[in-house]
Design a protein around this ligand. Sequence first.
Ligand SMILES: Nc1ncnc2c1ncn2[C@@H]1O[C@H](COP(=O)(O)OP(=O)(O)OP(=O)(O)O)[C@@H](O)[C@H]1O
Length: 305
Amino acid sequence: MRTRGLTKRFGHQTAVDGIDLTVPTGAVFGFLGPNGSGKTTTIRMLLGLVTPTAGSVELLGEPMPLRAGRALPRVGALVEGPAFHPYLSGRDNLVRLDAADRTTERGTAARRIDGALDRVGLLPAAGKRYRAYSLGMRQRLAIAAALLTPKDLMVLDEPTNGLDPQGTREVRTLIGSLAEDGTTVLVSSHLLAEVEQVCTHLGVMHVGRLVAQGTAAELRGDREVEASIETDRPETAAAVLRELGLADVRVVRRRAVGRLAGVAPERVVSACVQGGLAVTGFAVDAPTLEDVFVSLTGEGFDVSG
Ligand SMILES: Nc1ncnc2c1ncn2[C@@H]1O[C@H](COP(=O)(O)OP(=O)(O)OP(=O)(O)O)[C@@H](O)[C@H]1O
């Protein structure tokens, strides 16, 4: 899935500003950004629910909206969430939704529905009324509804919004199992911590712009990783670090600290030992993604929820 220069203006306001989004096949792509940064508008354009002001979308290799008929049936989405009937069971809700889909075969409905319920782990609770479901179960039922027919791409807009930690874990586990089955997943969130663990790739929106995208490792960037050596002669250690090619080398109390800048961490220790230093401590610290995003956007994510 990819976009080129995708733009949406509402009057004078540019909600999405020329973004080039690339979601590799098989990825779990975390689409991150604070509320109002343009994630939902982007997702609505991807799904053909909103017409872009400019730019293009390619969905499952098909140009949109030209080949929408080919791509969209293979794309499942959780954007607004389907309307479920509170007094019907989870299964009966899916029976209703499935019956409304004229493209599917009647004879295989029961198998399709139980398959979808099983996929989201709701088979044991399939006979319970929807109103008795927890928020996490409701969200999983919505995903089951999207899975009634096989999907190559699932687009989930803030699927953990309003969920308690248990519900969040349920949805995260489900995203992981979708990915294991080979489904590409695009999941948006304003909470980095909720999706970070399950994502192979991340994209960060900030005021309508995509300020970064790539794997977590790419976003962190090797050069940001710092090594620190603790010794009784930190000034000597600092000289060794500089000699090795570390950047921004400085002494902090009993430690010499510097950015690795591509130098292998194990070389730092061996060089210090060979230099006759008594190394009493060694640490390599990558900045958290939170740090990276704060530096990209000048704003923190709402990590607490
Ligand atoms: N139909 C619309 N008409 C006018 N402005 C809109 C419309 N839809 C969205 N916007 C504006 O576009 C900007 C981006 O909104 P969008 O919903 O895409 O952000 P978001 O990152 O998904 O945030 P949230 O998580 O709150 O949905 C916001 O400033 C919003 O007010």
